[in-house]
Design a binder for this molecule. Structure first.
Ligand code: HEM
Length: 424
């Protein structure tokens, strides 16, 4: 109830605040780091891009291309050579390529399609290190990291080099709005000629706010929003499925029942087919409940307030809430809250149960809820189906799986697996 109050009912009283803005400095004035008019404007603009008719087809094309031409051939080779791989690293690379393709129409090819030395891509590594730099600012007193920033030492020196690498990357990839418009000003208006920056320029290019910095900050925010979260979601989902054989069996049965295959045993699917996978949807929600990619959030009260619990919040107080803990509360999910049970999300009528977002907080709740929720489910489902249909994943014996302390819930030691090809 407190969170329903903070995120929805009294939403106007809880912004990101100046502390958030300082800690997440690298996000510039992008949507994550904005409040009031600036936030509203950006949300409206990004939402109108996501609502475009060709957006859905575009997203599916980008994902399928990367899955079919890179992820599956690579894992095929891994299975044939019986090599042990870190799935977390593979997913980081995979989602980075996908998000860059969607946002910038540029594929940095971090994920190879062969089992060779994985390329070191500076900007991808900068994104990996960004979380550590941000979490550090949460953990030490403000004066300390400010001092370190001033002297350019410790973690703050890393922040500066991360910033420089990202600045260079975006300078090479984004032009001014005018140039962006002419760069993509072709007569063909289909998915092959679409990307989010181009669409943003088309939607808001006449407005004063839309300048190079706006495009750069938006691109960075979208990349950060959609890259690490999906990668973390995939990792925890696959780990849970590979350690719960009964769930794996049920997902495969559902795919077999609801999808058609061709002679080569390739799945043939239509867009609507994804919605038919009720059990898979439940399994993904369950993984996001137990391991929410964004494990905690903070908001700052503008005026003093009293929460439904009776707790008093002074003006300018920062309120932290743990989405991770909420996913494991008996009061919300019952006695079996720690169990991985996709059935929890299926009603007696056999359809997916809709849980209010202030209870299932993985995508946040209220007016600031995640704009990429639908896109996330599409991506998670396409990848889950492709991987589970073709391969069986076995976590390497003795490999310890535990979360890391960060702004995104990654696995501390990665996800070391052996992969075997399935003979459906
Ligand atoms: C499993 C995947 C994902 C999860 C769990 C997730 C979760 C979240 C959460 C918790 C927030 C609130 C953050 C805050 O207010 O500080 C958020 C916001 C946002 N997400 Fe996602 N997200 C996911 C994927 C994506 C994707 C793929 C995109 C698309 C690029 C995206 C775009 C956004 C945007 C633009 C916002 C800002 C909304 C606002 O401030 O109004 N997300 N997401």
């Amino acid at each position: 109830m407190n969170l329903h109050h903070i995120t929805s009912k009294n939403f106007v009283n809880y912004g990101k605040g100046s502390e958030f803005h300082e800690i997440f400095e690298i996000f510039g004035d992008g949507i994550f780091n904005s409040d009031s008019h600036n936030w509203k404007y950006q949300r409206h603009l990004i939402q109108s891009v996501f609502k475009k008719n060709i957006f859905g087809n575009f997203v599916r094309k980008v994902i399928h291309k990367k899955v079919d031409n890179y992820l599956l051939p690579l894992l095929n080779e891994v299975s044939e050579s019986r090599t042990i791989v870190d799935l977390q690293d593979i997913f980081h690379r995979f989602t980075f390529d996908i998000m860059c393709s969607m946002v910038l129409a540029f594929d940095p090819n971090c994920l190879p399609n062969k089992l060779t030395q994985f390329p070191e891509v500076a900007v991808e590594e900068a994104f990996n290190k960004m979380g550590d730099a941000i979490v550090y600012r949460h953990l030490v007193p403000r004066w300390l990291w400010k001092l370190q920033k001033w002297f350019q030492i410790g973690h703050e020196r890393d922040s500066i080099s991360i910033q420089q690498i990202m600045d260079q990357f975006f300078r090479d990839r984004i032009s001014s709005p005018g140039e962006e418009k002419s760069r993509f000003n072709h007569t063909k208006d289909d998915e092959s000629n679409f990307n989010m920056i181009k669409a943003l320029v088309e939607e808001g290019g006449m407005e004063q706010q839309v300048d190079y910095k706006f495009l750069r900050d938006t691109a960075l925010n979208l990349l950060a929003a959609g890259r690490d979260t999906i990668s973390a979601g995939l990792c925890w989902f696959l780990w849970l499925v590979s350690t719960h054989p009964n769930v794996e069996t049920k997902i495969l049965e559902e795919i077999r029942e609801k999808f058609k295959t061709n002679e080569e045993n390739w799945l043939i699917s239509e867009v609507e087919d994804l919605d038919k996978l009720i059990y898979l949807h439940g399994a993904i929600c369950e993984a996001l409940r137990l391991f929410p990619p964004v494990p905690f959030e903070h908001k700052c009260a503008i005026k003093s307030d009293i929460l439904p619990s009776g707790d008093h919040v002074d003006a300018n107080t920062v309120v932290y809430y743990s989405i991770y803990s909420m996913g494991r509360m008996e009061q919300i999910w019952g006695n079996d809250c720690l169990e991985f049970k996709p059935e929890r999300w299926i009603s007696e009528k056999g359809i997916n149960i809709q849980v209010p977002s202030y209870k299932f907080m993985a995508f946040n709740a209220g007016p600031r809820s995640c704009l990429g929720k639908n896109l996330s489910f599409i991506q998670l489902k396409i990848v889950a189906i492709a991987l589970l249909w073709n391969f069986h994943f076995q976590v390497v014996e003795g490999h310890s799986v535990c979360p890391t302390v960060s702004v995104v819930l990654h696995m501390k030691h990665g996800l070391q697996v052996k992969i075997t090809k399935r003979g459906n």
